[in-house]
Ligand binder design. Structure first.
Ligand code: GLV
Ligand code: MN
Ligand code: MN
Length: 421
């Protein structure tokens, strides 16, 4: 037994072994039979919220859905209404997702409360769990719709944005049973939240290489997303000479290579084009229209802004050279953030309590914690995943590592719960 920070390790409860079964059950809720896709404000999102609500109630929480569609649970503190230690992650997924991105954080949070409830442990702080509605931004190209709603930074300018089927965000929210005019009611006051903690798979290969199951996260990289529409001239593939073409798809292709080279030129920057469409889309027609997405990230915000500026200059030059026009929709921008040093220290102390080697990593992936950092201190725990693969059905973790992540969260909460600030 150790007694670090006045908090005995023998206090620790245990995490249930059903976390992997629950992740499997959650992954059965999919829009696309055969593989996992769960975008925000779909019937599948509703079903996932309902299942999480059932688990949260069974874990001893009072449950409600907030005005932006986050499913929330609260395990009251010793004094009703006390500020909460907020735990959570997201229930939406990418297309052809893995089972653990988001789901692991939600289920670790629920199991943590379940363990406290089973032992009758209450702290001065309440514990809340947030199952966020949208972190991936797959449907509306702007990430953190749920966590920004809770942080009070939801951009209502997005409400008119259509998804790929022409359903606007406002319509999707209304069909989901929400009132877009009331989104502001999801916002929590900073003094209601003591801090936010999130467990997430690493989505990278470092923990595996280090032979570690979990670690603390130090920072989350910033990101920009854009949708670029290129308009050229459609024409006959057999008759229009090469010198007379305004081919929107070849112009888009050159722009895509510019994304790759901008990322390569800047330190710790990554650029991805994950979507492209061309129309009219026939073998023997020169594409008159093309549209592609850009996801650009960097560890340093100034580097990212500089790289994105350079990218736009390069796009304009390519458009001019090729006689096409460009429209750029800047759909998302998020600055990088730093996890609260005290929480990083607490997570490392909890790792030490559990006999694990303390270790820390920055995150290249975005997380709801980045949105929460606008209103409270945030801390994150990474869990090892197989070969670092994520955003893929190949995503895989072991039951032991899932339990290690949830146990580390529980230990961190126990440390915070017994030391009030
Ligand atoms: C979310 O997973 C992101 O980083 O895109
Ligand atoms: Mn995620
Ligand atoms: Mn993700």
């Amino acid at each position: 037994m150790s007694d670090a920070g006045g908090c005995s390790v023998t206090d620790i409860g245990s995490i249930s072994l059903d976390i992997m079964d629950r992740l499997d059950r959650l992954a059965e809720i999919t829009e696309t039979p055969g593989y996992l896709t769960r975008r925000c404000y779909t019937p599948e999102h509703r079903a996932a919220n309902d299942l999480a609500a059932e688990w949260m109630r069974a874990a001893g929480m009072e449950v409600w859905q907030d005005a932006v569609g986050n499913m929330m649970g609260r395990y009251e503190g010793k004094t009703p209404g006390a500020p909460a230690i907020l735990l959570g992650s997201h229930l939406d997924t990418v297309i052809r997702a893995g089972k653990y991105d988001g789901g692991l954080g939600v289920l670790s949070a629920i199991d943590c409360v379940k363990s406290l409830n089973e032992r009758g442990v209450r702290y001065d702080n309440a514990i809340e769990v947030a199952c966020f509605a949208d972190e991936e931004g797959v449907r509306y190209q702007s990430t953190f719709l749920g966590s920004r709603g809770l942080a009070g930074t939801f951009d209502t300018g997005l409400l008119d944005r259509p998804d790929k089927d022409g359903i606007t965000l406002a319509q999707a929210m209304t069909e989901f049973g929400l009132d877009p005019a009331k989104i502001g009611e999801a916002a929590r006051k900073p003094d209601e939240i003591r801090c936010y903690l999130e467990v997430h798979i690493e989505q990278g290969p470092v923990l595996e290489a280090e032979d570690l199951s979990t670690c603390a996260v130090t920072a989350i990289a910033g990101a920009n997303r854009m949708t670029v529409s290129v308009t050229g001239d459609a024409g006959h593939a057999g008759t229009v000479p090469m010198s007379a073409r305004q081919d929107a798809l070849t112009a888009a292709s050159e722009c895509i290579l510019a994304v790759e080279s901008a990322a390569a030129r800047h330190e710790h920057a990554v650029g991805t084009v994950g979507q492209i469409t061309a129309s009219p889309g026939a073998t023997n027609v020169i594409p008159g229209q093309a549209e592609f997405s850009v996801d650009f990230r960097a560890a340093d915000d100034a580097v990212r802004r500089q790289a994105v500026d350079e990218l736009i200059t390069a796009f304009d030059a390519i458009a001019e050279k090729r006689g096409v026009t460009l429209k750029i929709d800047h759909s998302h921008a998020a600055n990088g953030m730093t996890c609260a040093p005290e929480l990083v220290d607490t997570i490392e102390a909890a790792l030490t309590d559990l006999g694990q080697h303390p270790f820390r990593l920055p995150s290249g992936a975005g997380h709801d914690a980045a949105a929460l950092a606008e209103i409270t201190d945030v801390g994150m725990i990474f869990v090892r995943c197989d070969r670092g693969i994520s955003h893929s059905p190949e995503e895989s973790i072991t039951a032991e590592d899932a339990i290690a992540g949830a146990t580390l969260l529980l230990r961190t909460v126990e440390r915070l719960g017994t030391t009030n600030t």
